[in-house]
Design a protein around this ligand. Structure first.
Ligand SMILES: Cc1ncc(COP(=O)(O)O)c(C=O)c1O
Length: 309
């Protein structure tokens, strides 16, 4: 039986869908405000779903250690859920992930272990498997392959979008880290209308779905040098490449013109969604995700002064 949720965890999900109008194009996008989840990102949903499922299946004990490899947001979410429920949490993170993420995880009582930035997610995943083989207390949420990741978006985020839109979408555009958002929301939206276009946003510098070699980019949280297994099930209708420069410019625009303090992947998603909307009739409903908050990027390029034109 699921235990009652500690108060902070009742704030997860049911985020608003914001209509954002871009006058120069005559288009309005619909953006799911996932940065309003209590730890500040879309990953709160996955952390709660996986931990509650593990509790129901008797996989978590008071001395369990929740261990995950993550670019940061999942780590913050797991540390928050672990703090609220009293579990120890250890996070393996690339040293390229913003330092704010490490601070937030530690502030929530989580432990952080860094691995070399040039190795991508695969290195961290291998390390988590090695550590788990040595310590029976370790529970691995396995966000990259756990079907609950996509399932939770299929059963919660996707239906929320449909209810908030008042019907099906014409297109859904999102970046991928684990692929959970794209796969799960994509399934829910396609089930409502098979013609809904599901489009992956990926950094132009790391366009792996487009068959290119991953290189350095500034859209933190997406395309970590790895095409995730969850994406194999995604029924994608296309891929939109967004450069780091365009993502940073749009993220700053969202803050300055819309008052939205969001992270760089949100700017990238909006850029890709706007391009999609411009190829569709003006009344088309194009949905995307505002993944996390700007405050976790103070030390990154997002807060460096933009170059003068
Ligand atoms: C900032 C940010 N944006 C987008 C994503 C992509 O979400 P998903 O893992 O569901 O593909 C992530 C995932 O870590 C993220 O941290």
């Amino acid at each position: 039986m699921t235990r009652p949720r500690p108060p902070v965890l009742t704030l997860i999900g049911d985020t608003p869908l914001l209509p954002l109008h871009f006058p120069e194009t005559g288009r309005t996008l619909y953006a799911k405000a996932e940065f309003l989840n209590p730890s500040g990102s879309i990953k709160d949903r996955l952390a709660l779903a996986i931990i509650e499922d593990a509790e129901e299946r008797g996989l978590l004990r008071p001395d369990s250690i929740i261990l995950e490899c993550t670019s940061g947001n999942t780590g913050i979410s797991l540390a928050m859920v672990g703090a609220a429920k009293g579990y120890r949490v250890k996070i393996l993170m690339s040293e390229s992930a913003s330092v704010e993420r490490r601070h937030l995880i530690r502030q929530l009582g989580g432990e952080v272990q860094l691995f070399a930035a040039n190795r991508g997610y695969a290195t961290g995943i291998e390390l988590s498997l090695e550590l788990a083989a040595q310590d029976p207390r370790i529970f691995l949420p396995r966000q990259f392959e756990n079907p609950l990741n996509a399932l939770d978006h299929e059963l919660a985020t996707g239906p929320e979008i449909l209810a908030q839109l008042g019907g099906p979408a014409d297109a859904f555009v999102a970046g991928y880290g684990t692929g959970g958002t794209l796969t799960g929301c994509g399934r829910a939206l396609k089930a409502a209308r098979a013609a809904t276009r599901i489009l992956a946003m990926e950094p132009a510098e790391a366009a792996m779905l487009s068959g290119e070699m991953p290189c350095c980019h500034h859209i933190e949280g997406v395309a970590g040098g790895y095409v995730p297994p969850l994406l194999r099930d995604a029924k994608l209708d296309g891929v939109i490449k967004v450069s780091s420069a365009d993502a940073l410019a749009m993220t700053r625009r969202l803050s300055r013109e819309f008052g939205l303090l969001v992270g760089t992947s949100s700017g990238a998603n909006i850029t890709a969604a706007l391009r999609t909307a411009c190829d569709l009739p003006p009344t088309a409903k194009v949905v995307t995700i505002l993944c996390d908050r700007a405050e976790r990027y103070y030390s990154t390029k997002l807060f460096a002064e933009p170059p003068t034109p």
